[in-house]
Design a protein around this ligand. Structure first.
Ligand code: AMP
Length: 208
Protein backbone atom coordinates (compact mmCIF):
# COMPACT_ATOMS: atom_id res chain seq x y z
CA UNK A 1 0.00 0.00 0.00
CA UNK A 2 1.30 3.45 -0.95
CA UNK A 3 0.31 5.97 1.69
CA UNK A 4 1.13 9.66 2.09
CA UNK A 5 0.79 11.78 5.23
CA UNK A 6 -0.22 15.39 4.64
CA UNK A 7 -0.68 18.19 7.11
CA UNK A 8 0.92 21.25 8.60
CA UNK A 9 4.33 21.11 10.26
CA UNK A 10 3.93 20.14 13.92
CA UNK A 11 0.81 18.01 13.42
CA UNK A 12 2.60 14.81 14.46
CA UNK A 13 3.15 13.21 11.05
CA UNK A 14 6.71 12.12 11.78
CA UNK A 15 5.86 10.40 15.07
CA UNK A 16 2.91 8.53 13.57
CA UNK A 17 4.76 7.70 10.37
CA UNK A 18 7.49 5.89 12.34
CA UNK A 19 4.87 3.87 14.25
CA UNK A 20 2.78 2.97 11.21
CA UNK A 21 5.74 2.10 9.01
CA UNK A 22 7.04 -0.38 11.56
CA UNK A 23 3.54 -1.83 12.03
CA UNK A 24 3.04 -2.30 8.27
CA UNK A 25 6.68 -3.31 7.65
CA UNK A 26 7.11 -0.70 4.92
CA UNK A 27 9.83 1.97 4.70
CA UNK A 28 9.11 5.42 6.11
CA UNK A 29 10.25 7.91 3.48
CA UNK A 30 10.54 11.37 4.98
CA UNK A 31 11.87 13.87 2.46
CA UNK A 32 12.72 16.18 5.38
CA UNK A 33 14.87 13.44 6.98
CA UNK A 34 16.55 12.68 3.64
CA UNK A 35 17.34 16.34 3.08
CA UNK A 36 18.64 16.77 6.65
CA UNK A 37 20.90 13.75 6.14
CA UNK A 38 22.28 15.36 2.95
CA UNK A 39 22.90 18.64 4.82
CA UNK A 40 24.67 16.79 7.65
CA UNK A 41 26.86 14.85 5.23
CA UNK A 42 27.71 18.07 3.34
CA UNK A 43 26.88 16.48 -0.02
CA UNK A 44 26.52 18.89 -2.99
CA UNK A 45 22.74 18.53 -2.65
CA UNK A 46 22.96 19.22 1.08
CA UNK A 47 24.96 22.39 0.52
CA UNK A 48 22.43 23.55 -2.10
CA UNK A 49 19.35 23.00 0.06
CA UNK A 50 20.55 24.10 3.48
CA UNK A 51 19.59 27.77 3.10
CA UNK A 52 16.05 26.96 2.00
CA UNK A 53 15.55 24.59 4.92
CA UNK A 54 16.95 26.85 7.63
CA UNK A 55 14.68 29.66 6.41
CA UNK A 56 11.65 27.33 6.46
CA UNK A 57 11.12 27.54 2.70
CA UNK A 58 10.45 24.68 0.31
CA UNK A 59 13.44 23.16 -1.46
CA UNK A 60 13.06 23.38 -5.28
CA UNK A 61 10.82 20.62 -6.62
CA UNK A 62 13.39 19.10 -9.00
CA UNK A 63 15.87 18.50 -6.16
CA UNK A 64 13.36 16.79 -3.88
CA UNK A 65 11.90 14.77 -6.72
CA UNK A 66 15.35 13.55 -7.75
CA UNK A 67 16.10 12.46 -4.20
CA UNK A 68 12.78 10.67 -3.83
CA UNK A 69 12.98 8.89 -7.19
CA UNK A 70 16.44 7.64 -6.30
CA UNK A 71 15.19 6.31 -2.95
CA UNK A 72 12.19 4.63 -4.57
CA UNK A 73 14.50 2.61 -6.81
CA UNK A 74 15.55 0.55 -3.79
CA UNK A 75 13.81 -2.85 -3.71
CA UNK A 76 12.46 -2.38 -0.17
CA UNK A 77 9.77 -0.01 -1.49
CA UNK A 78 8.27 -2.58 -3.88
CA UNK A 79 5.65 -3.75 -1.37
CA UNK A 80 4.57 -0.27 -0.37
CA UNK A 81 5.88 2.74 1.47
CA UNK A 82 4.82 5.59 3.66
CA UNK A 83 5.56 9.07 2.33
CA UNK A 84 5.94 11.76 4.97
CA UNK A 85 6.50 15.34 3.79
CA UNK A 86 5.90 14.75 0.09
CA UNK A 87 4.05 16.09 -1.86
CA UNK A 88 4.23 19.67 -0.57
CA UNK A 89 2.58 21.41 -3.54
CA UNK A 90 0.30 20.49 -6.45
CA UNK A 91 3.22 20.25 -8.92
CA UNK A 92 4.85 17.61 -6.68
CA UNK A 93 1.54 15.72 -6.46
CA UNK A 94 1.29 15.72 -10.27
CA UNK A 95 4.89 14.51 -10.61
CA UNK A 96 4.26 11.72 -8.11
CA UNK A 97 1.19 10.51 -10.00
CA UNK A 98 3.44 9.70 -12.95
CA UNK A 99 5.59 7.19 -11.10
CA UNK A 100 3.96 6.29 -7.77
CA UNK A 101 0.16 6.24 -7.61
CA UNK A 102 -1.03 6.58 -4.01
CA UNK A 103 -3.69 4.36 -2.43
CA UNK A 104 -4.48 6.62 0.53
CA UNK A 105 -3.65 10.13 1.69
CA UNK A 106 -4.11 10.90 5.38
CA UNK A 107 -4.57 14.53 6.34
CA UNK A 108 -3.48 15.42 9.89
CA UNK A 109 -5.90 18.10 10.97
CA UNK A 110 -4.87 20.40 13.81
CA UNK A 111 -5.84 24.03 14.57
CA UNK A 112 -3.10 26.51 13.74
CA UNK A 113 -2.80 27.85 17.31
CA UNK A 114 -1.71 24.39 18.49
CA UNK A 115 1.05 24.10 15.90
CA UNK A 116 3.32 26.92 17.01
CA UNK A 117 4.10 25.60 20.55
CA UNK A 118 4.41 22.06 19.23
CA UNK A 119 7.16 23.20 16.88
CA UNK A 120 9.06 25.66 19.03
CA UNK A 121 9.09 23.18 21.97
CA UNK A 122 10.04 20.22 19.82
CA UNK A 123 13.40 18.54 20.34
CA UNK A 124 14.68 15.56 18.41
CA UNK A 125 17.35 12.93 18.68
CA UNK A 126 19.94 13.31 15.91
CA UNK A 127 20.82 9.61 16.02
CA UNK A 128 17.56 7.64 16.34
CA UNK A 129 15.08 10.36 15.28
CA UNK A 130 12.85 10.12 18.38
CA UNK A 131 10.80 13.28 18.77
CA UNK A 132 10.10 14.94 22.14
CA UNK A 133 8.16 17.97 23.27
CA UNK A 134 9.42 19.93 26.26
CA UNK A 135 5.90 20.24 27.66
CA UNK A 136 3.82 17.29 26.53
CA UNK A 137 6.47 14.60 26.07
CA UNK A 138 9.75 15.62 27.74
CA UNK A 139 12.76 13.31 27.87
CA UNK A 140 13.39 11.60 31.23
CA UNK A 141 16.81 13.28 31.54
CA UNK A 142 16.71 16.88 30.35
CA UNK A 143 18.38 17.38 26.99
CA UNK A 144 19.08 13.69 26.31
CA UNK A 145 17.34 10.96 24.35
CA UNK A 146 15.62 8.27 26.46
CA UNK A 147 16.65 5.60 23.99
CA UNK A 148 20.30 6.23 23.31
CA UNK A 149 21.32 9.14 25.55
CA UNK A 150 22.33 11.35 22.59
CA UNK A 151 22.11 15.10 23.10
CA UNK A 152 18.77 16.35 21.73
CA UNK A 153 18.72 19.08 19.10
CA UNK A 154 16.43 22.00 18.41
CA UNK A 155 16.08 21.98 14.62
CA UNK A 156 17.11 25.36 13.17
CA UNK A 157 13.79 25.48 11.31
CA UNK A 158 11.85 24.95 14.57
CA UNK A 159 12.91 28.42 15.72
CA UNK A 160 10.17 31.02 15.76
CA UNK A 161 11.01 32.96 12.57
CA UNK A 162 11.38 29.84 10.44
CA UNK A 163 8.25 28.30 11.97
CA UNK A 164 6.21 31.34 10.91
CA UNK A 165 7.53 30.98 7.35
CA UNK A 166 6.81 27.24 7.33
CA UNK A 167 3.21 27.80 8.41
CA UNK A 168 2.75 30.43 5.66
CA UNK A 169 4.29 28.11 3.08
CA UNK A 170 1.96 25.36 4.25
CA UNK A 171 -1.14 27.55 3.84
CA UNK A 172 -0.08 28.92 0.47
CA UNK A 173 1.43 25.87 -1.21
CA UNK A 174 0.59 22.65 0.62
CA UNK A 175 -3.02 23.19 1.70
CA UNK A 176 -4.21 23.14 -1.98
CA UNK A 177 -2.87 19.57 -2.22
CA UNK A 178 -5.68 18.51 0.13
CA UNK A 179 -8.26 19.50 -2.47
CA UNK A 180 -6.28 17.71 -5.16
CA UNK A 181 -6.56 14.38 -3.30
CA UNK A 182 -10.06 15.02 -1.96
CA UNK A 183 -11.27 15.35 -5.56
CA UNK A 184 -9.70 11.97 -6.33
CA UNK A 185 -11.46 10.36 -3.36
CA UNK A 186 -8.17 9.39 -1.68
CA UNK A 187 -8.16 11.80 1.27
CA UNK A 188 -9.06 10.78 4.84
CA UNK A 189 -8.97 13.31 7.66
CA UNK A 190 -7.29 12.37 10.94
CA UNK A 191 -8.12 14.55 13.97
CA UNK A 192 -4.53 15.09 15.12
CA UNK A 193 -5.09 16.84 18.47
CA UNK A 194 -5.36 13.73 20.67
CA UNK A 195 -2.74 11.58 22.36
CA UNK A 196 -0.32 9.51 20.29
CA UNK A 197 -2.50 6.44 20.95
CA UNK A 198 -5.73 8.22 19.98
CA UNK A 199 -4.26 9.48 16.72
CA UNK A 200 -2.83 6.03 16.05
CA UNK A 201 -6.30 4.50 16.47
CA UNK A 202 -7.80 7.07 14.07
CA UNK A 203 -5.16 6.15 11.49
CA UNK A 204 -5.95 2.45 11.85
CA UNK A 205 -9.65 3.18 11.28
CA UNK A 206 -8.88 5.32 8.23
CA UNK A 207 -6.84 2.54 6.66
CA UNK A 208 -9.18 -0.34 7.55
P1 AMP B 1 9.95 18.34 7.33
O1 AMP B 1 10.92 17.54 8.13
O2 AMP B 1 9.00 17.49 6.53
O3 AMP B 1 9.23 19.37 8.17
O4 AMP B 1 10.81 19.14 6.23
C1 AMP B 1 11.81 20.05 6.65
C2 AMP B 1 12.16 20.95 5.49
O5 AMP B 1 12.68 20.17 4.41
C3 AMP B 1 11.01 21.74 4.88
O6 AMP B 1 10.72 22.93 5.59
C4 AMP B 1 11.58 22.04 3.49
O7 AMP B 1 12.57 23.04 3.54
C5 AMP B 1 12.27 20.72 3.17
N1 AMP B 1 11.37 19.77 2.51
C6 AMP B 1 10.97 18.56 2.98
N2 AMP B 1 10.17 17.94 2.11
C7 AMP B 1 10.04 18.79 1.06
C8 AMP B 1 9.32 18.72 -0.17
N3 AMP B 1 8.54 17.68 -0.48
N4 AMP B 1 9.43 19.78 -1.02
C9 AMP B 1 10.22 20.84 -0.75
N5 AMP B 1 10.90 20.96 0.40
C10 AMP B 1 10.82 19.95 1.31
Amino acid sequence: MMIAFLGPPGAGKGTQAKLLASELHVPHLSTGDMLRAAVKARTPLGVEVEGFMTAGKLVPDRLVLGLLRERLRAPDTAGGCLLDGYPRNVAQAEALREFLPLDRVLYFDLPEQELLPRLTERRSCPTCGTIYNLRSHPPKHAGHCDRDGAELIHRPDDRLEAVRTRLQVYQGETAPVLEYYRAKGLLRTIPAGGSVEEVRAAIRRALA
